[in-house]
Design a binder for this molecule. Structure first.
Ligand SMILES: NC(=O)c1ccc[n+]([C@@H]2O[C@H](COP(=O)([O-])OP(=O)(O)OC[C@H]3O[C@@H](n4cnc5c(N)ncnc54)[C@H](O)[C@@H]3O)[C@@H](O)[C@H]2O)c1
Length: 345
């Protein structure tokens, strides 16, 4: 088991990778805890949850809205959870985002922690303290930064994940490799079969590498005023695709990374060889989907992205495998590159 520490403004959050998730019983307070989970996760693991009140939500992005948060808050009151309470989210990115957000506003803030049960949330969503819900079609627009007390990432839980969800998580793992760890990229490239078999030992290593990288970035820039922006690689186009095509998060990010790599190549940041290696890896994990957003809609959808400031956007390029760079560029250039890339195909 690996323990990774995220330090932000005097707060210490511990991420346990490779720990048996059932040990969470020993980490939560003796009283005042409630679990938030979704119906799917509860069906598979609910009979082994700690003996505390369990609040279930419907699975998927649909639940990331204020109405669901309000409903959960009412149920917390009914369960007797007060200001000294503790929320434990057991689930994927959706459960973690909702749990973190609710914990940050319930009775002006209570403690929280996660058992992270999807690859996507283990390598990305549950580390870093970002949370939030969607407002209409705008993603994560209501939310804040709240670090969990701890996160448990047990790769054995990934055995029950549907293949589509597992591959969706691979996209965020590959993203981490592209922006920050060339060695991780090599390992993913050379271990396709073992990764597809979901070998817990290999997964523990890969998840630890991803969490270590994210922890180092977040420890330096918790509130995304600089360095942390690189974690959004692929997300500008990705969020537009997630909204327009309703792609799952990881697939949308993968298509966004394909476009961002092409854009990086067009601006001379990477070589043809580096570009082709990345695209080949995304293809190998079957992450790329056809898409064609009408050009007038691209601008509108990207305008929804919160990383925009005025008519400019902090766009994340790569300068080789394992190295990212952010450049503030006109939104029009991002839209124009989408047009050019589609005109080529
Ligand atoms: N806060 C952040 O920093 C951050 C980062 C990346 C993504 N996100 C958010 O994460 C969300 C996507 O997360 P996700 O991909 O984990 O989706 P998810 O939480 O919807 O989980 C995907 C599906 O897998 C099921 N599931 C979860 N664990 C399972 C298990 N062990 N076995 C079987 N089924 C299981 C769920 O019920 C759901 O149907 C998006 O809303 C995205 O915006 C947040």
């Amino acid at each position: 088991m690996d323990k990774i520490v995220v330090k932000t403004g005097g707060f210490v959050s511990e991420i346990f990778v490779g720990m048996n998730w059932e040990s969470v019983k020993e980490l939560i307070p003796a009283s005042g805890t409630a679990i938030i989970t979704d119906i799917n996760v509860n069906k598979i693991y609910g009979d082994r949850f700690p003996d505390v009140p369990v609040l279930q939500i419907k699975p998927g992005e649909w639940s990331k809205k204020m109405e669901v948060v309000e409903n959960l808050a009412e149920r917390l009151i009914e369960s007797g959870i007060d200001r000294s309470g503790f929320l434990l989210g057991i689930g994927g990115g959706v459960v973690c985002d909702i749990t973190g957000f609710l914990a940050s506003i319930y009775m002006r803030g209570i403690k929280c922690a996660y058992v992270s049960s999807t690859l996507l949330s283990q390598v990305d969503a549950s580390t870093g303290g970002k949370n939030g819900v969607n407002l209409g079609s705008t993603k994560n627009v209501l939310g804040c930064f709240k670090q969990p007390e701890f996160v448990v990432c047990d790769p054995v839980m990934l055995q029950t994940l549907p293949e589509e969800e597992y591959l969706s998580g691979m996209a965020e793992l590959i993203k981490t490799a592209i922006i920050g760890n060339a060695k991780l990229f090599d390992i993913i490239e050379n271990n396709y079969e073992t990764i597809m078999k979901r070998d817990p030992a290999l997964l523990t290593m890969l998840i630890s590498m991803a969490v270590n990288f994210k922890a180092s970035v977040v420890s330096e820039d918790e509130k995304e005023s600089g360095l942390r922006r690189i974690l959004n690689f692929g997300h500008t186009y990705g969020h537009a695709l997630e909204l327009y095509k309703s792609f799952r998060h990881g697939y949308a990010v993968a298509c966004g990374m394909e476009l961002s790599c092409g854009f990086s190549l067009a601006r001379g940041y990477i070589t043809d060889e580096e570009h082709d290696r990345i695209i080949a890896l995304l293809h190998k994990f079957r992450l790329l989907r056809p898409h064609q957003i009408p050009y007038d809609k691209v601008s509108q959808l990207i305008m929804h992205d919160k990383k925009k400031s005025g008519n400019e956007i902090h766009f994340v390029f790569i300068e080789g495998i394992g190295q990212a760079v952010t450049e503030k560029i006109p939104l029009a250039e991002v839209v124009e590159y989408y047009r050019q890339s589609k005109a080529k195909n």
